[in-house]
Design a protein around this ligand. Structure first.
Ligand code: UDP
Ligand code: MG
Length: 309
């Protein structure tokens, strides 16, 4: 039986030694599985690749897939799943925010329950900004509100998945991918494993605000078409407000013409209101259209520059 660790890395030179030490220690506690560590170097500009190659010299359990440029965290995890042939896989961040020491217990839970997905559920998050926590909390709840499928909240990609999930995942062709959503969407039973999310071991977050926003948009758009209907609701609101407004103007015209603001203030308000709604609706439609365009092009999700397997 083979267990693989899937570890996406982007500019993680500061944590890699620490990570390897802790993973190695943990791997000694897992005796009924052969182990492989699949590092995906997501186009790092620092020494990430060199450090992993150094590890490989002394440890043949380590594998490396290096991207030609930065394709993003989801693409890196996706690549790891595509390349593994293991019976069990653990997806884990490189920065040690998800403590590897709990993995033996996750495996134990898997073996006792035979539940194909054991996902890490964060009961606390250390060392993260208030902004990160509040946006994450809001995002996980919004996506559940919008989506037809329900996803566990406060859960990243840190999880253990079995062969069936791995192989099912490989059959998904859509891109971009929102991995934790796709795994839920499969419908297999999943159980939470609660843990305290630690602060990053070293370095700063590699998830910029733009990357967070893109992940949120991908997540929502992959699993809901409800935003497309927002334009309908906004349109209705606009029409009703315009009606109320014109009744008022007509009333003033008939009974209090001296109160009526002549000129174009009122017109401008209406134009801005309707214009705003049109632009919002258009941008929502174009987001979906853009995604369809990308999918029609069928470009690969990532490009591998170097592979040590
Ligand atoms: N990561 C990646 N590509 C990116 C951004 C991040 O592979 O473009 C990796 C990163 O190296 C880490 C994981 O994804 O292993 C999570 O990133 P990070 O810890 O920076 O995100 P946060 O925990 O702050 O949300
Ligand atoms: Mg992190």
């Amino acid at each position: 039986m083979l267990l693989s660790f899937i570890i996406p890395c982007y500019n993680e030179e500061e944590v890699l030694n620490m990570l390897y030490k802790r993973l190695n220690k943990v791997s000694k506690l897992i005796d009924n599985y052969d182990i492989e560590f699949i590092f995906i170097n997501d186009g790092s500009k620092d020494k990430t690749e060199e450090i992993i190659e150094e590890f490989i010299k002394n440890d043949n359990r380590i594998k490396l897939l290096s991207f030609s440029r930065n394709f993003g965290h989801q693409a890196a995890v996706s690549c790891g799943i595509h390349y593994t042939n293991s019976d069990l896989a653990v997806i884990i961040d490189a920065d040690l925010q998800d403590p590897p020491e709990i993995i033996p217990d996750m495996i134990k839970m898997y073996e006792e329950t035979k539940c194909p997905i054991i996902y890490g559920k964060r009961i606390s998050r250390d060392g993260e900004t208030f902004f990160k926590k509040i946006t994450a909390t809001l995002f996980y709840r919004t996506i559940n509100l919008l989506s037809e499928v329900q996803f566990p909240v406060d859960t990243g990609d840190f999880r253990l998945i079995d062969k069936n999930v791995i192989e099912t995942y490989k059959s998904f062709e859509e891109s971009p991918k929102y991995i934790r959503g796709l795994i839920s969407w499969m419908g297999f039973e999943q159980k939470p494993f609660e843990y305290h999310r630690e602060a990053r071991a070293a370095g700063g977050t590699k998830y910029t605000l733009k990357k967070m926003l893109m992940l949120a948009i991908t997540g929502i758009m992959s699993f809901s078409t409800k935003p497309l209907k927002i334009s309908l609701y906004l349109g209705i609101i606009a029409i009703i407000s315009a009606l109320i407004f014109s009744i008022r103007v007509f009333y003033l015209y008939l009974f209090q013409p001296n109160l009526l603001v002549r000129g174009w203030a009122s017109t401008i308000i209406i134009i801005l209101f309707i214009g705003g709604i049109q632009l919002i609706s258009l941008s929502i439609i174009s987001e979906y259209l853009g995604n369809m365009f990308n999918e029609v092009k069928k470009r690969p999700e990532y490009i591998i520059k170097k592979k040590i397997f």
